[in-house]
Design a protein around this ligand. Structure first.
Ligand code: ADP
Ligand code: GLC
Length: 473
């Protein structure tokens, strides 16, 4: 089976959020199961070319009535061959997203990716699109395979990692982008939506947890597309993301002050001390640390944290936050740190991977009070690192964290249900109550560390999905 995965992000090359972790890890897991997968990314200016080699100097394609010749690079660093579309005009922006022409940039990326698949000269069974940035590819593939023998048996899977990001743009642009005939597929409440077009044209849809697959069929979480999710629900599955345990493993993690494992947790204390030092906090190792790592957007529940900021400090815990995003939340973190510099440690910005690993290892509790969460990765990283998640029971957080039950001793974290600061606080307090009972705490930590969220099970579900897609030989 040959699969081409299109993604705007993949570690270690370009990352804004969890999609980057998932793109690489899924590829690796598919390869391990014998799937002939490949990955196609844009070549951003942040990617170091000295790690890559040129694959093709002159990939030909048609774009906006011209026939540009595009350079394509290749890397063998990941388990699967990875190709990069080099178009400096579109991808040298000093950032991955955020100029007003993102729809044009990714429509181009999709056009070039399909030209590259043909250039590779071996038909693919499945084009696996991810998020709105590859919605254009789904539309184009559906059109092409009707008359192009090379793509005649290619099926399209469209994976939704976050329904709230729809890639909206002015429908008038559809004409010059080359999608004038597919206006209906794109149109959504008066705008053109790349995500909607992908979801309309793909043969199957997936999303990144079973619960989120249900949630996006409701008006509350459907972001205006719940009708489409319901309409296509017989083609929509939820497959929870996994964890790449070669990268996220406290036993072997090279970024940590000390390694530790399920059998010997003692190194975690050294990690905690190291974390306190990194954030300039007092070396009070007995005091619990609550941590969060996230994009600073409303999705991640920062409004609850802001509402509960004073009460969180009243619990006596340290709070450590790593995040980049909306100025209002960056300002909140700064002012919180300013009033309590010895209790609140912050890093505003996108840190390299090492700091995220050090926080996962050094913290005691990991907070994810998300308004919604398609899957979420940090709760799973936390569990592996013996750091106990406190989460809102939504999307993948609900699917992957088991609420601790003191009577049975089962559970890997603490879950609250309402999107409400008081409910969040109650669960934080409950967590801290058990933190002060070392034997119980260790039990919760070990329950989490022993939980298997590896990619192999998820990859097998994707393979089954690829195989069962209508018409695939
Ligand atoms: P999302 O994709 O919605 O951002 P996920 O939980 O799936 O949420 O994944 C977030 C990923 O991005 C994690 O690997 C997390 O460690 C990382 N991350 C988020 N913010 C930062 C940051 N400011 N610096 C470094 N890594 C970050
Ligand atoms: C999105 C979601 C997140 C998910 C990630 C990877 O960014 O917000 O919940 O884990 O994609 O699928």
């Amino acid at each position: 089976m040959r699969i081409a995965i299109l993604s705007p992000e993949a570690v270690p090359f370009a990352k804004v959020g969890g999609l980057a972790d998932v793109s690489s890890a899924l590829n690796k897991a598919l390869r391990a199961d014998g799937v002939d997968s490949l990955l196609i990314l844009p070549l951003y200016d942040s990617i170091d070319r000295s790690r890559l080699k040129v694959f093709d100097e002159e990939l030909g394609l048609f774009w906006r009535s011209k026939a540009p010749r595009i350079r394509v690079w290749q890397s063998d660093e990941l388990a699967a061959p990875t190709y990069f579309i080099d178009a400096p005009h579109y991808f040298h922006r000093g950032k991955i997203y955020g100029d007003g022409d993102d729809h044009e940039r990714f429509a181009f990326f999709c056009r070039a990716a399909i030209a590259l698949i043909r250039r590779l000269d071996k038909p693919i069974d499945v084009l696996h699109c991810n998020d709105w940035q590859s919605g254009f590819a789904s539309v184009e593939m559906k059109r092409l395979r009707g008359h192009d023998e090379f793509f005649a048996r290619t099926k399209i899977l469209f994976s939704i990692h976050n329904l709230a990001y729809q890639g909206l743009f002015d429908p008038d642009d559809l004409w010059w982008l080359g999608f004038g005939d597919e206006k209906n597929e794109f149109l959504s409440n008066g705008a053109a939506s790349a995500l909607k077009a992908g979801a309309m044209t793909a043969d199957a849809l997936s999303t990144v947890s079973p619960r989120y697959a249900h949630e996006i069929q409701t008006r509350e979480q459907g972001y205006g597309l719940d009708w489409l999710m319901r309409l296509r629900s017989n083609r929509l599955v939820g497959i929870a993301n996994g964890v790449d345990y070669e990268i996220w493993n406290p036993e072997t993690d090279p970024h940590l002050a000390a390694n530790y494992s399920l059998d010997d947790l003692s190194g975690k204390r050294a990690c905690k001390l190291d974390l306190l030092r990194r954030f300039g906090l007092p070396e009070e190792v007995e005091r619990p640390i609550i941590a969060i790592i996230s994009r600073l957007v409303a999705q991640k529940g920062y409004d609850l944290i802001r509402d509960a900021a004073r009460a969180i400090l009243d619990t006596g815990a340290f709070f450590i936050a790593l995040g980049a995003g909306a100025p209002e939340y960056e300002d909140f973190l700064q002012s919180w740190h300013d009033v309590a510099p010895y209790r609140v440690g912050i890093y505003k910005g996108f840190a390299g991977e090492p700091l995220a690993h050090q926080i996962e290892a050094g913290a005691d509790l990991f907070l994810m009070p998300s308004l919604y969460e398609p899957c979420g990765l940090n709760q799973m990283y936390s569990m592996r690192y013996g750091t106990v998640p406190v989460v809102r029971a939504t999307g993948g957080l609900d699917d992957t964290v088991r609420n601790f039950d003191p009577s049975s001793g089962d559970g890997t974290g603490f879950k609250f249900h309402q999107y409400d600061a008081a409910d969040m606080l109650e669960k934080i307090r409950e967590g801290l109550y058990f933190y002060n009972q070392p034997e119980v705490w260790k039990r919760i930590q070990l329950n989490g560390m022993a939980t298997d969220n590896s990619w192999s099970a998820a990859a097998r579900k994707y393979i089954q999905l690829y195989q069962e897609m209508p018409g695939l030989r």
